[in-house]
Design a protein around this ligand. Structure first.
Ligand code: KPL
Length: 293
């Protein structure tokens, strides 16, 4: 996702921030295939030591966000808006709680991008991006941040209740990602998988109870299920991000999806056996792959 935004914003002094401890000496260069039109090469420099960006987009995995910002933020002015693009919930609140005086915002996007080869990024599907504030200063910066992101030509909207949007996305990810990782199948195949058909109803009941207890407007479990199945159908051929992580031997974002819901249930005294089972099973898969067995 970072490479998609960088390619679309290129020409507006875009720079990448290196990972903590790294100082690459060449600009990052990759081929970019826009949704329409010819592919082109993007060359993006790394942030120079004395440079201060107007805006920081954070597109790391949820679990990498806090360490990445802990390394990066001390060198950036307190006024630089930070836009978080992570999946799930939990990592955004960690950041907002750690830097409550900074302009922290969160975004959800339905833009589709993939990287079939290390040096090729494809803008596979157009969508919409919603951005909203997580801190008071984030609210003050919102209009300007949205205007800057609109410079990409992508569709970007200001959102007054970003938490509600993050919750809606979380529901979808919680109902699709772990099943596709466990069953090793594309999203659309779930609709005929006995494991999915057995657990999706109870999962939606748990999630609806949690949403109500967390003060979110609460659709019925049946409408949560319909939304999940609709996205599974609309993205039938896709490999979910969690299945892709498992296949690549990377840690998954389960702690920020079904793991977040399980932890919230524990805090609120609500039983979440299905979220817990899915979290444990994905962690086993994760662990077994990273152990190389
Ligand atoms: O957001 C997704 C993901 O894979 O993380 C879905 C909506 C499930 C599409 O694949």
């Amino acid at each position: 996702m970072g490479r998609l935004w960088a390619a679309r914003l290129a020409g507006r002094s875009v720079v990448f921030l290196p990972r903590p401890g790294r100082r690459p000496d060449h600009p990052l260069s990759y081929r970019f295939q826009p949704f329409q039109g010819e592919a082109f090469t993007v060359r993006i420099p790394w942030l120079a030591a004395n440079e201060t960006p107007d805006l920081l987009l954070v597109t790391t995995k949820a679990g990498d966000t806090l360490p990445a910002l802990t390394a990066a933020l001390p060198q950036l002015p307190e006024t630089t808006p930070v836009v978080l693009f992570q999946n799930g919930l939990g990592s955004q609140q960690q950041v907002a709680d750690t830097w409550p005086e900074r302009p922290i915002l969160a975004a959800t996007t339905t833009e589709g991008a993939n990287r079939p080869e290390p040096d090729l990024t494809i803008h596979a599907g157009t969508g919409e991006t919603h951005v909203g504030a997580l801190t008071r200063r984030g609210g003050e910066a919102l209009a300007e941040v949205v205007a800057q992101l609109q410079g990409s030509g992508l569709t970007v909207h200001a959102e007054t209740d970003i938490l509600a949007r993050l919750w809606r996305k979380l529901v979808i990810n919680a109902g699709i990602n772990p099943f596709t990782a466990l069953l090793d199948c594309p999203n659309g195949d779930l609709l005929r998988q006995p494991m999915f058909l057995q657990w999706i109803g109870p999962l939606c009941r748990e999630t609806a109870t949690l949403m109500a207890a967390a003060g979110q407007s609460t659709p019925s479990p049946e409408s949560l299920r319909q939304s999940i199945e609709q996205v599974a159908r609309a993205t039938a051929g896709n490999t979910s991000s969690m299945r892709a992580d498992v296949l690549a031997g990377r840690p998954t974002e389960i702690d920020y999806i079904n793991g977040y819901l399980t932890a919230l249930g524990q805090q609120l005294g609500i039983a979440t056996p299905v979220n817990q089972m899915l979290t444990e099973q994905v962690k086993q898969l994760d662990g077994s792959l990273t152990n190389g067995s």
